[in-house]
Design a protein around this ligand. Structure first.
Ligand code: ZN
Length: 262
């Protein structure tokens, strides 16, 4: 049993077969999926999906750095209200993206800090997106994120950067499709990270794992990344599944839902 800790199954690329994609994941052993919002509309869509699939789909609410200019006080108020719903298990995804820089850097930084405050107020974990912005993310977390918990989603940095991320005791590193690709330090990162600090995800519909070739990614394929992680750690897929699932259940407090089901 695996958890896909990050999949945008609310996006339109799943409109034609969303239910089948969720069913295929569950049937294949990917029994829980966290769908993070990227703006108000997708946060609402993620929550609606979570309500329609109790105990299987969970939602995050937040504004992606690409959309940081849409993050108003009213939007934040909506997130605050949504965060009271039991299906909302995280604030995010939010972060800093200086690669595409679709919102000005200063706006991204302000909105980043607004999400940290919201996570603290709601006592929820953070789902953090970082691209070409590692130093700023670390700086802002050191200044405003002490005591918070969360995940560096789709971690794609170096060993040195991973070490800095892991200094935040409540934070985990999540591995996605790039772990299966060449030309990065991710195998080293995956080898050094404590077992209690790792998650797996797909970031569907993006970042399909290499062995699957170019196609739409979906939660079921988290298995490919988990297999790669198992190979790197010299563990079985079952062991990696057990460890990463326990980590996801702990971080997002998913256990309450399995108790409700029984
Ligand atoms: Zn994402």
């Amino acid at each position: 049993m695996l958890v896909d800790s990050h999949a945008h199954i609310d996006v339109s690329r799943f409109d034609s077969d969303r239910e089948a994609v969720i069913a295929a994941a569950v049937a294949g052993g990917v029994t829980r999926i966290v769908d993070p919002g990227c703006d108000l509309a997708s946060s609402r869509a993620a929550l609606a999906l979570a309500k329609a699939h109790p105990g299987v789909v969970f939602a995050g609410v937040g504004t992606h750095p690409h959309d940081a200019t849409t993050h108003t006080a009213e939007v934040e108020e909506q997130y605050r209200a949504m965060a009271r719903e039991p299906e909302v298990v995280a604030i995010g995804e939010f972060g800093l993206d200086y690669f595409r820089m679709l919102s000005p850097r200063e706006v991204q930084r302000e909105v980043f800090c607004a999400h940290l405050r919201l996570a603290r107020e709601c006592d929820l974990p953070c789902i953090i997106h970082t691209r070409d912005s590692h130093d700023d993310v670390i700086e802002l977390l050191r200044a405003h994120g002490q005591g918070l918990r969360g995940v560096f989603h789709c971690f794609s940095g170096t060993v040195a950067q991973a070490e800095e991320c892991l200094e935040f005791g409540g934070f985990l590193l999540s591995f996605a499709g790039p772990l299966t690709r060449q030309g990065n330090e991710l195998p080293e990162v995956a080898r050094m990270a404590p077992l209690s600090r790792i998650l797996v995800e797909t970031d569907s519909p993006y970042l399909v794992p290499k062995p699957l070739r170019e196609r739409r990614n979906e939660p079921l394929f988290v298995k490919t990344t988990a297999e790669k992680l198992a190979e790197i750690r010299g563990m079985t897929l079952e062991e990696i599944a057990q460890v990463t699932t326990a980590n996801a259940v702990r971080l997002f407090n998913l256990a309450q839902y399995s108790e409700n089901e029984s």
